[in-house]
Design a protein around this ligand. Structure first.
Ligand SMILES: [Ca+2]
Ligand SMILES: [Ca+2]
Length: 482
């Protein structure tokens, strides 16, 4: 009895004197974060849009995670999308629209914003970052201050295939090559190895671990075994490809389509070359899948598996021939949809079809890890309430690719409006591939309702368009190799 009383006293001393409301959990039980981004991964494997692609690790993770099947990026190319989700600041407020916009140095908002890793660092976390992170220069010393690891290895898009592997003779970024050198020729392999080593270490404080993979982005080089998964001749065109699909697209939308022109003078020549591109994208998707999978496996074999939230996202979507478009930088579904998977240690798993944005990642992590939020405004909202109660409604999502370029999606309709006022409307229930533009008067009310999600003002662009691009009616250029 005496012993029992003593134990009770000890228990009260440890736990009984603290109010759960006022006191933060001891750092040892704060959740860890593993945040992995893939680059230019679209809906092929994550939504089973292209059944021929083999992504077994994503398939497995989908069975353990919340899969947001209608997530969009805030801007459909690498640099502005990352500026968005890493700061939580919408692109129409920062003016970060194009790849060359140098957002972290030119935008006063982004210079002063606290990024996700900076927020974790201020909240007492150990921070790790490797690979493709911001993909733009930050002010000197800023990345070194936000990440504890060294080196913060950035690597790059390489290795590139030799000239014979350049599809359509279009340069090293268009190379498709089964790589026979060692895996470690790939920065993705080196960086994933470093993340795995980090997960295998003993950590006294909770950690935020960020790994930015470079694949499936071009060049389509990958270890040979990932090409060996496919027979090039057997790979079909994606289901969303429709000849002449751009006929009902307004001029400003068609101006965002020119990429298949890279691959030959005639459509026949282009399509032939494009089959090789499909082969390359399938192989690099499988390579990225493997890289993600082995990092998750390392986490699951570590003592941290039961206390680590995993976020996996792409920075933008990707056309593979739909509307005769290759790559990204349009306002359609193929550029907008970005894989977003969140695996919670409690094992909640489901598909959620709410219209969410990559801007929601930052507030979700703050919410889940109970961090003290940054001083600046976050334009997304936490996804945890949706996971708790999937019946909750959600506002339409918004994406932009330049001043007054708007793409609004409510899960039923996608509404697109260009700077000259021209419009597109697609009914996803009948037309998931956005083939039939129904922006006609009979749908005026639908379009008016969706246009309420378009911001009243857009920040002036920070830059990023070259003089030559601006000559083309002041329009943004097709994104190239970055
Ligand atoms: Ca990208
Ligand atoms: Ca069409």
């Amino acid at each position: 009895m005496k012993n029992l009383l003593f134990l009770l006293l000890v228990w009260l001393l440890i736990f009984g004197c603290t109010s759960p409301k006022d006191d933060k959990l001891p750092s040892t039980v704060s959740p860890n974060v593993l945040f992995i981004t893939v680059d230019d991964m679209n809906n092929w494997g994550v939504k089973n849009y292209y059944p021929a692609v083999k992504m077994p690790y994503f398939e497995a993770i989908k069975g353990e995670a919340v899969n947001f099947t209608k997530a969009v990026c805030s801007a459909p190319v690498c640099v502005p999308s990352r500026a968005g989700f890493m700061s939580g600041i919408a692109n129409y407020r920062s003016g970060a629209y194009y790849n060359g916009c140098d957002p972290w140095r030119r935008s006063p908002l982004l210079r002063e914003a606290e990024t996700i890793p900076e927020c974790f660092k201020r909240n007492g976390y150990t921070t790790f970052g490797r690979g493709k992170i911001f993909h733009a220069k930050l002010e000197a010393g800023r990345e070194e201050a936000m990440f504890d690891n060294r080196p913060i290895f950035k690597g790059g898009f390489g290795p590139f295939g030799e000239e014979a592997s350049w599809v359509g003779g279009q340069g090293k970024f268009q190379s498709v090559k089964a790589w026979e050198g060692p895996d470690t020729d790939f920065p993705d392999v080196q960086n994933a190895d470093a993340a795995i080593a980090f997960l295998q270490q003993a950590h006294a404080a909770p950690f935020f671990c960020y790994l930015g993979l470079w694949r499936p982005h071009t060049p389509y080089t990958a270890p040979k075994r990932f090409f060996d998964l496919y027979d090039e001749a057997d790979l079909p065109y994606p289901a969303g490809y429709l000849e002449g699909d751009q006929a009902d697209v307004p001029e400003m939308g068609r101006d965002l389509i020119d990429s298949l022109g890279f691959f030959g003078k005639t459509m026949e020549e282009r399509r032939e070359n494009f089959k090789r591109i499909i082969y390359g994208y399938a192989a690099t998707s499988s390579f990225a899948d493997w890289s993600v999978g082995r990092v998750i496996e390392a986490l699951d074999q570590s003592p941290y598996a039961a206390n680590t939230i995993v976020v996996i996202a792409s920075d933008n979507g990707y056309h593979m021939g739909e509307k005769d478009k290759w790559q990204k930088g349009t306002l359609w579904e193929m550029s907008a949809y970005s894989p977003l998977l969140i695996r919670l240690p409690q094992g909640k798993k489901m598909e959620l079809r709410h219209t969410v944005s990559l801007l929601d990642i930052y507030p979700t992590l703050i919410d889940y890890c109970q961090l003290e939020a940054p001083a600046h405004q976050l334009d997304g909202t936490s996804l945890l309430p949706l996971i708790d109660d999937p019946t909750l409604a959600r506002d339409p999502s918004f994406m932009t690719y330049g001043e007054n370029y708007s793409s609004v999606y409510d899960g039923h309709y996608r509404y697109i409006r260009y700077p000259d006022g021209s419009e597109e409307l697609y009914d996803h229930r009948k037309d998931p591939y956005e083939w039939d533009n129904i922006a006609k008067e009979e749908y005026r009310e639908v379009m008016q309702n969706l246009s309420k999600s378009i911001p009243a003002t857009f920040a002036p662009m920070l830059g990023g368009r070259t003089e030559a691009q601006q000559k083309i009616k002041g329009l943004p250029m097709m994104p190239g190799g970055t």
